[in-house]
Design a binder for this molecule. Structure first.
Ligand code: ATP
Ligand code: MG
Length: 392
């Protein structure tokens, strides 16, 4: 019965010029999300509202599911459109709307009408009262409650007339694209896709970089990261995934540096390379899935060591989360099943038995000097052979 949706968004902080940016970004993201749905949709912006209208056949559940991935949407109201064929016909339509949507009618209600078209013969107060009466006549078990109704029946009189009463929760947040762009260090694990999702939620467009180490890591491990980038893209829009071949850098560090510092030094090179690509592509920050104390390379001391090699801010949205909390979000965004596929990412293979948990930055820097001879050349080569995959 529903053929359209009224999109609600939180309007805090989007006055003036910001409002257009916000709405345009939201429309853009809605279009992107619905591209993957069956059917065609007309998306329009008018009088501070966004309407999504199905043109012909469409899948209701699928459409809702995709709209629920568009940040910036606070609520999705399924709408019935009716032509203006006089007030009596309209009341009949509202009565049958109630029958369809509320099989249990032992409920209170309130009619809330809005007359955007001033040539409509009744004023809104009159519409509310007369329509309320028709409803009570049809359903004596219902009752009016103007303060706290179970059902708030919205009737909006525009070119067409819209009837809606239900609001399905949207994901909240800000439309992606309103907050600039950041570079996500995306591994095949549970944490980094969740970190990307969380920053995207604040309106930030996501690019990603993945370091792989063939033949130590397999094609399937890489495919898993591509799959995760696609999952993030369902929320964030197309993700440009830069794949860096990290093997030679890793082997060189392995050869020249103490093994217990390997992970930290490797991570420092990941950050340096990620920042280089970030700056080249207009990203305003880096994102990682780190959380304090989760592993040796994520103690506060280790974080000093990985943090100091970059100038851009590093966003770590999971920093205070327990694993369980991260897993919950991972499941919610449908990334978990993919994340737990058992393909090695590059860190696990070179990992030392007893990695340092309190690295001293001065010592790390000194050991990095062992790499002076070849590291620049290797980093340059890694950048030159970068592969770009657009995940969507
Ligand atoms: P994740 O679940 O995201 O893999 P993790 O708990 O395995 O995280 P680490 O392996 O210590 O943690 O990695 C910390 C962070 O460093 C990751 O969240 C990710 O942002 C980044 N990272 C680690 N390995 C890679 C990689 N191979 N490519 C890109 N980023 C990586
Ligand atoms: Mg990992």
């Amino acid at each position: 019965m529903f053929t359209a949706f009224l999109i609600k968004y939180a309007e805090i902080g989007i006055k003036g010029k910001n409002r257009y940016l916000f709405e345009d970004a939201l429309v853009h993201q809605i279009k992107f999300a619905l591209k993957k749905c069956e059917g065609t949709f007309l998306i329009s912006k008018s009088q501070g509202r966004i309407h999504v209208e199905a043109q012909g056949e469409f899948d209701y559940d699928e459409t809702i599911e995709h709209l629920q991935k568009v940040f910036g949407i606070s609520g999705i109201c399924p709408v019935v459109y009716v032509e203006d064929e006089g007030f009596e016909k309209l009341c009949d339509r509202v009565v049958s709307y109630i029958a369809d949507v509320y099989p249990d009618r032992n409920k209170s209600f309130k009619v809330h009408s809005r007359r955007a078209r001033k040539d409509y013969p009744k004023e809104s107060m009159e519409i509310n009262a007369d329509m309320g009466e028709s409803i009570l006549k049809a359903y004596p078990e219902m009752r009016v409650d103007v303060h706290n109704p179970d059902i708030l029946l919205n009737v909006e009189i525009r070119e067409k007339i819209y009837i809606y009463s239900e609001t399905i929760a949207g994901p909240g947040g800000m439309p992606v694209g309103t907050g600039g762009k950041a570079m996500l260090l995306l591994s095949g694990g549970i944490d980094s896709p969740v970190a990307g999702y969380m920053i995207a939620k604040r309106g930030v467009k996501i690019d990603a970089v993945y370091f792989h180490a063939p033949p130590y890591t397999s094609e399937r491990a890489k495919q898993k990261v591509v799959d995760l980038a696609k999952i993030v893209s369902a929320y964030a829009g197309p993700v440009w995934l830069h794949v860096i071949n990290f093997t030679d850098i890793q082997l060189y560090i392995y050869e020249k540096c103490p093994h217990e510092e390997l992970t930290i030094i490797m991570r420092r090179y990941m950050m340096r390379i990620a920042e280089h690509i970030a700056k080249e592509t207009g990203c305003l920050g880096l994102i990682t899935g780190e959380s304090i104390g989760q592993v040796a390379s994520q103690t506060m001391s280790s974080l000093i060591a990985t943090n100091e090699v970059c100038e851009l801010p590093v966003y770590r949205p999971l920093i205070g989360f327990d694993k369980k909390e991260i897993v919950d979000i991972s499941q919610k965004i449908n990334a978990f099943e993919t994340s737990i596929q058992p393909f090695e990412d590059c860190c696990t293979i070179f990992v030392a038995k007893h990695p340092v948990t309190k690295p001293n930055v001065n010592i790390i820097r000194r050991h990095e000097r062992n790499l002076e001879e070849k590291i620049e050349e290797l980093v340059q080569k890694a950048l030159d052979t970068k592969e770009l995959i657009i995940a969507e």
